[in-house]
Design a protein. Structure first.
Length: 205
């Protein structure tokens, strides 16, 4: 059975407002998940009821038993506000990942499928691009996560934040960020705002 992707996300984007980001309305990005690997927090995207896409560096070196996925999350300091915690059955890391930015993605298989839509409609599947070769240069992207929200301070955001960024070419990305950028990367850049530690593995859409 096919499950419709996307979700009830509809909110205004400040032009320069995660660092420099803004809190999204609770559960307006139902495909966003929280990946807990040992003491580390990352983001991820629910790509089917059984599978989550995240960054390889978030889960590399961890056994499935030490990784948990939280769906329907908004405020990580609260419990009982719609979140569901799932155990992990298996972790598939791209075999070409070498610890740098190349091929930095992995697939997590959940121990049980997420019921979509749930009664509270807090969970949903992310829409994947139909053309896997598209680089989306010049596209306005939304990135989200619970990562650091003030540069230089080790404080995660308690609530899900987002910001708007513009995708750039891989050539411009390599010039800006250094070597290691290839066709497997999609880069984005925006003055005054960025993603940071804790946002890894999250989505751009």
């Amino acid at each position: 059975m096919c499950t419709k992707c996307g979700g009830p996300y509809s909110y205004p984007f400040p032009s320069n407002r995660i660092i420099g980001g803004f809190e999204v309305p609770p559960h307006s990005r139902p495909f966003q998940v929280e990946v807990l690997a040992g003491p580390f927090l990352c983001g991820g995207s629910l790509i089917s009821p059984n599978y989550v896409l995240t960054a390889a560096h978030c889960v590399k070196g961890f056994e499935p038993a030490s990784v948990f996925v939280v769906v329907g999350e908004h405020d990580i300091t609260l419990t009982g506000d719609g979140e569901q915690i799932f155990n992990v059955l298996n972790i598939l890391i791209n075999p070409l990942y070498d610890g740098n930015v190349a091929y930095d993605y992995s697939i997590i298989r959940l121990s049980l499928p997420v019921v979509i839509p749930t009664i509270n409609s807090f969970t949903g599947i992310v829409c994947l691009p139909p053309d896997t070769n598209e680089q989306f240069v010049g596209t306005n992207l939304t990135v989200s996560g619970w990562g650091l929200f003030i540069a230089g301070r080790l404080n995660l955001s308690p609530v899900l934040k987002a910001t708007s960024m513009t995708s750039i070419s891989n050539a411009q990305c390599a010039q800006t960020y250094g070597i290691g950028i290839g066709p497997y990367n999609i880069c984005a850049l925006q003055t005054g705002t960025t993603t940071c530690s804790g946002d890894s593995g999250g989505n751009q859409n």
